[in-house]
Design a protein. Sequence first.
Length: 196
Amino acid sequence: MQGSWHTQSSIRLAFDGISHRPCCRGRYGDCAAGTAWYKGSTITSGGSVLSGQKNVLVLNGPNLNMLGTREPEIYGSATLADIEAACAEHGAALGLAVTCQQSNLEGELVTWIQAARGVQAGIILNAGAYTHTSVAIPDALAAAEVPFIELHLSNIFAREEFRHHSWLSPLAKGMICGFGAKGYSLALDAMADILD
């Protein structure tokens, strides 16, 4: 299902006043799988709603918008757009409707996690540096009552000591780290099993 999503569509991608963007190469460009997410349903590029898919939110935290140029020897050469497109495609193959979001702001991540309650079946979270510093994010995850997987591109246990502690891990169904961009597809596979 290849196609384009346009802002002229009669369908507004929003939930509780928070705009959600589908996994796509450009904010309003072509979606990798030709689908977008709207209030718990998947919408094809033609605007029809697909039922039966489980919604999964892929959240990326601070500095992950710089992937591809930021320390590629640690984080790899894939851009965030590459990862989002791969998530949409792999998720669709697993029967998952994937929504990808990234923010450098802790409060915005908290708001998106809170909005996931009752809407998203699961969350895959790469909180970046907030993994090691945020108390608000795990509090939001506990309140959302949505299963989540903690994800890191690099092996955080092979890096600086301050990166060895995660405030998220005690709440997570599991953690995937050290596999680069491939970790996102591994997380989607694991989430599909959790939700099955």
